[in-house]
Design a protein around this ligand. Structure first.
Ligand code: HEC
Length: 141
């Protein structure tokens, strides 16, 4: 082996090691971990939300079906809240189906909507659109 070949092998080995270490670092760092943790009741609520296709008529942050209202902040909205939400679930108003949820299931859906509510509000009329496309959110209601 010439001196030059040895030198090249050394450089390539060094770069490969850097690559492996760097990847190990990137894929094990928790920096991008989802900050919203769905656990217990809220997790069960999310499952009920998906199984019963609530999203086909309702929106969260404006996304979903449009037969019913957006539910992002139904939990904290004036004159609404947990009891209000529960009242809708099994009553079959307008085009909303009459579900047959148990008290625990109703609580779970409320827990899910409460958690969603805590993540922000919609629509956010105080959002500022900057010329570079960045959106600055004002989290105060
Ligand atoms: C087929 C369409 C449809 C489906 C599916 C549906 N809804 Fe509704 N929902 C509606 C409509 C329409 C209203 C408005 C009723 C009214 O204002 O009288 C409504 C109202 C509500 C309200 C009251 C909202 C407010 O701000 O007044 C809540 C809470 C709600 N639905 C929760 C749910 C949940 C949870 C599910 C799934 C388990 C669900 N809905 C599935 C159509 C639907």
């Amino acid at each position: 082996m010439t001196k030059k070949t040895k030198y090249n092998i050394a450089i390539i080995s060094f770069l490969l090691t850097l690559f492996v270490v760097f990847n190990g670092f990137i894929y094990t760092s928790n920096e991008n971990e989802n900050p919203i943790k769905l656990t217990g009741h809220a997790l069960q609520g999310q499952r009920l939300w998906q199984e019963n296709n609530c999203w086909s008529c309702h929106q969260i942050y404006g996304l979903g079906g449009y037969l019913g209202p957006d539910l992002t902040n139904v939990y904290s909205a004036k004159n609404k809240g947990p009891e209000y939400i529960k009242a809708f679930l099994n009553s079959g108003v307008k085009t909303m189906p009459k579900f047959n949820f148990s008290e625990t299931e109703k609580e779970a859906l409320v827990a899910y909507l409460k958690l969603l509510d805590s993540t922000g509000y919609f629509p956010n009329y105080n959002a500022k659109f900057k010329p570079n496309g960045w959106v600055e959110l004002d989290y105060k209601k």
